[in-house]
Design a protein around this ligand. Structure first.
Ligand code: IPM
Ligand code: MG
Length: 365
């Protein structure tokens, strides 16, 4: 019995990075005699163009019947509008997260020794970062009631959380911390928001089940500052949907390029190695470089490593992919987003999406 993988290339550079990732997946699977059966479907802007719907029912149906989903990116200027009546590509992403119950979004950020110079931070601060943002993904202001009133002159978005929603993601974060350096920061805005006070209450209720994990509460504005000041203090951070969105982009920049950051969005499962998950790079569709062959495929490839780890229960395959990424970086290959600045005097080999892909396949054989 093989694994069923649904591929959603999406928009912009999505199809280009997914193409490399699929080759990596097949290579790793073939060498292990594992069968991965792939199917493809529409999401995002391309789905709006072809069907009028950013998440066609067929896509959601196929996703439900898969073991894992690989997504490129959604969105682009073509579909950007403030018209409240227009369909947006992002609805596809939000719809699939909600539709599949993908409540735990893991966004690991690690510093690569070979990329320290690409970080906007001083090397002494950028070194030794190894953190995971665990972002709640199916609740909060993203999914609350919203609308316009007063003849359209007033708008509102509502943030709501239930105890159950908080508890499951907080437990996922404690579990993660237990398997790592046993430090958890819970990020909220409990000095202002009622949802944050509920969040804190739930965290305190759950904490006694994890006596070996050191817990610290941090207000989100302080966390935004601490992430730049002293990022290596963090192991696991857990936070609600919107805070997680913002902090994970901030954290992404610590190591130099958002082009390196993978993510996993996981559903509940009794078996931690066999969870339904959606895997995607943290970066977006980068319409400015789409079609130029310059996109960095490494974030998507690293997302595939997470897929083997969390959905296919194949830790060795995950480790092999992680090592292949290390190897191509050590060889000096750099797409433009991770190339050292002209003034750095560092030697490197400029590479495009395809060259990165070929080097990865060699590193895997
Ligand atoms: C992300 C993105 C999405 C989000 C957008 C595209 C809807 O920014 O995955 O972080 O806000 O969740
Ligand atoms: Mg975001």
């Amino acid at each position: 019995m093989g694994e069923k993988l649904l591929v959603l290339p999406g928009d912009g550079i999505g199809p280009e990075v997914v193409d490399v990732a699929l080759k990596v997946i097949q290579k790793v699977a073939n060498t292990r005699g594992v069968e991965i059966e792939t199917d493809e479907a529409l999401i995002g802007g391309i789905a709006i163009d072809e069907t009028g719907d950013p998440l066609p029912p067929e896509t959601l149906e196929k996703a439900r019947n898969s073991d894992a989903i690989l997504l490129g990116a959604v969105g682009g200027p073509k579909w950007d509008t403030t018209d409240p009546g227009a369909r947006r590509p992002e609805e596809g992403l939000l719809g699939i997260r909600k539709g599949l119950g993908l409540f735990a979004n893991l966004r690991p950020v690690t510093s690569y020794e070979s990329l320290i110079k690409a970080s906007p931070l001083r090397a002494d601060i950028a070194q030794g970062i190894d953190l995971v943002v665990v972002r709640e993904l199916t609740g909060g202001i993203y999914f609350g009631e919203r609308g316009r009133r007063n003849g359209g002159n007033e708008a509102f978005d509502t943030c709501a959380y239930s105890k159950e929603e908080v508890e499951r993601v907080v437990r996922a974060a404690f579990d993660m911390a237990q398997g790592r350096r046993k430090k958890l920061h819970s990020i909220d805005k409990a000095n202002v928001l009622e949802t944050s006070r509920l969040w804190r209450e739930v965290v305190l209720e759950v904490a006694p089940d994890y006596p070996d994990v050191t817990l610290e509460h941090q207000l989100v504005d302080n966390a935004a500052m601490q992430l730049i000041r002293y990022p290596s203090q963090y192991d696991v951070l857990v936070t609600e949907n919107l805070f997680g969105d913002i902090l994970s982009d901030e954290a992404a920049m610590l190591t130099g390029s958002i082009g390196m950051l993978p993510s996993a969005s996981l559903a509940e499962s009794a078996n931690p190695g066999r969870r339904l998950g959606l895997y995607e790079p943290v970066h977006g569709s980068a319409p400015d470089i789409a079609g130029t062959g310059k996109a960095n495929p490494l974030a998507t490839v690293l997302s595939c490593a997470m897929m083997f780890r969390y959905s296919f229960a194949m830790e060795d395959a995950a480790a092999q992919i992680d090592a292949a990424v290390d190897a191509v970086l050590d060889m000096g290959l750099r797409t433009p987003d991770i190339a050292p600045g002209a003034d750095s005097g560092q030697q490197y080999t400029p590479a495009g999406t395809a060259e990165m892909g070929e080097a990865l396949l060699k590193a895997l054989s």
